[in-house]
Design a protein around this ligand. Sequence first.
Ligand code: PEP
Length: 248
Amino acid sequence: MRRKIVAGNWKMNLTPSEAKKLIEAFRPQIDSDEVDVVLCVPAIDIVPVVQALEGSTAKIGAENMYYEERGAYTGEISAEMLTDAGVSYVILGHSERRQYFGETDQLVNKKARKAIEAGLTPIICCGETIEQREEGITLRFIQEQIKSAFSQIPSEDAKKCVVAYEPIWAIGTGHVATTKQAQEVCAAIRKNLEELYGAEVSEAIRILYGGSVNVANAAELFEQPDIDGGLVGGASMKPDFTQIVHFH
Ligand code: PEP
C-alpha cells in the first residue's frame, strides 16, 4: 500500500518572515500520521521553515537544486546544502523551470541522480501542454519525459522517487484535470515505469497529481487508484492546505 503524499509548492512567494508566520498558523494542523506532508519552499525560506517546523511530522522540500557538488556555479544550490539544512525532498523539472529557465529532460535526469545520491527524494515533474493534449500526443510525450528522467537510475533508487503529473494547462489556471484525465495519465506513467523496471518497482513509486488542486477536488483526485496524493501550488499557502492534508 503506497502512503499518500500531500506536497505544497510555494514557488517564488513568501519572504522568510512571511514564511515563519504562515508555518506558525499551520503548524498543529499539518501534522499527520497517515499522510506524508511536504512543504517545498523557496531556498531562502528553508532554514526558518525547518526551525518553525521542529517537532512536526511535516517534511521540508526544495523547489530546485543543481547537480554539481560545489564550486563556481554562482547562484546555485547543491544537494548537500539542502540535506545539511534539513531538506528531504526536492521538486525537479517543474514546468515553470522548463519553460522559463530552459531545463531539459537531460538536466532533470542529472539532478535526479544527484538528489538520490545525496539522500533526497526527488519529486520529478512531467506534463503536457494544451496543444499536445489537443494533438493527442499526451501519453507519448510523457512517456519520453519519464524515460529520460529515469535514465541510468537503478531499480532500488527508482523506487524511492516520486513522480508528479502536472498538466501545464492546469497549473495555476483553475482548470483542474478531470479525475478521469488525471487517473488515465497517472496509470500510463505507472505502465511506463513498469516497462522500465517491472511491476514491483512501478507499484512502489508514488505518483502525484498537480494542477489547481483545492479543497473541493483533492479527495476525489487522491482516491484514484494510480494517484498517490498531490502537488499543490496556490492552495498550499492558504488555510485550505490544512484541509487538503486531511482530505479523507
Ligand atoms: C504547482 O505549482 O505545481 C501547481 C500545481 O500549482 P497550482 O496548484 O497553483 O495549479
